[in-house]
Design a protein around this ligand. Structure first.
Ligand code: SF4
Length: 279
């Protein structure tokens, strides 16, 4: 049994939160640069150039790339052979607290959805824990902006609606969201499970590497088809029109009830912030 102190987890979360808010990584910025070349609209090109410039400044000056520094979502894979001396959830919240103070990041969390009083330290984070074999803790931290989260949804389709129903829902959602979720987007689609499972796997899907191929050939084909159709909608970068509405579509599936076809669509804006660390 490996013993890990609460403080060690806090330090890792703090590092990941500081890093995630400022640095999208050069490969993501290079992908956006590539999209400038293929974008058909002049305004769309201009918007993409501004996004790239903004992201480079943020990376080099260690400043947040967006004023909305998000609600922190933490996916933790906790090894069976780890004993934590302390409280895992408090360790995460303390790391968030310290990072948001030190980084001068906006504090965006209210203590209650109806009285709307700001907690002033960006906590609590939303922490999902999965038990896995081993003696390590893997933390993937994603500050999730309100704009793109607000345009996300879960819908319980009927099985008869099938693939066509899913496509229709995705295209309708993205078209009517327009510029609100700050495209170009990464579109996470969770199909199956139940109400909450579909939402969870949709969120996990937006955190996958963009160049990682879906191992399921049917889903891989569907991802490509949906991406193509999204980019024909004309929404474009930040909704100003163009051919770069989404950068990727990532689909995850889970077994479900014979009567159900849950579909969750989690939209990730161009501030696609997430970092992973292992303790
Ligand atoms: S949706 Fe994303 S890019 Fe837009 S304001 Fe929110 S965090 Fe920033």
């Amino acid at each position: 049994m490996r013993i890990i102190q609460e403080r060690t987890i806090t330090d890792e979360v703090k590092k990941l939160a500081l890093d995630a808010n400022c640095d999208l990584g050069t490969s993501f910025i290079d992908l956006l640069r590539e999209k400038i070349k293929s974008e058909k609209s002049e305004i769309g090109k201009n918007v993409l150039e501004q996004i790239v410039e903004n992201d480079e400044i943020a990376r080099l000056e260690k400043a947040p790339m967006c004023q909305d520094t998000g609600l922190v979502v933490c996916f933790i894979e906790l090894g069976y052979d780890v004993h934590i001396e302390g409280d895992l959830y408090e360790a995460v919240n303390q790391g968030v607290r310290e990072a948001y103070e030190e980084g001068f990041f906006r504090k965006s969390i209210v203590r209650h959805p109806l009285d709307r009083v700001n907690t002033n330290d960006n906590t609590p984070a939303i922490t999902h824990v999965k038990l896995v074999p081993g003696d390590q803790i893997k933390i993937t931290l994603a500050p999730k902006g309100g704009g793109s989260e607000n345009m996300s949804l879960v819908k319980m389709l009927t099985p008869a609606e099938g693939i066509e129903g899913i496509k229709k829902l995705v295209l309708h959602t993205i078209f009517y969201a327009g510029g609100k979720p700050c495209p170009p987007l990464i579109v996470g689609i969770g199909i199956g499970g139940n109400l909450e499972k579909s939402a969870l796997i949709a969120k996990e899907a937006i955190l996958r590497d963009l160049d990682e191929e879906n191992p399921d050939p049917i889903l891989r084909k569907l991802e490509a088809e949906i991406l193509d159709e999204i980019n024909k909608l004309g929404v474009g970068p930040m909704g100003f029109g163009g051919t770069t509405t989404a950068l990727a579509v990532k689909i995850s599936v889970h077994p479900c009830h014979i009567a159900s076809l849950p579909v969750a669509i989690n939209l990730q804006c161009h501030a696609s912030r997430h970092k992973t660390g292992v303790i």
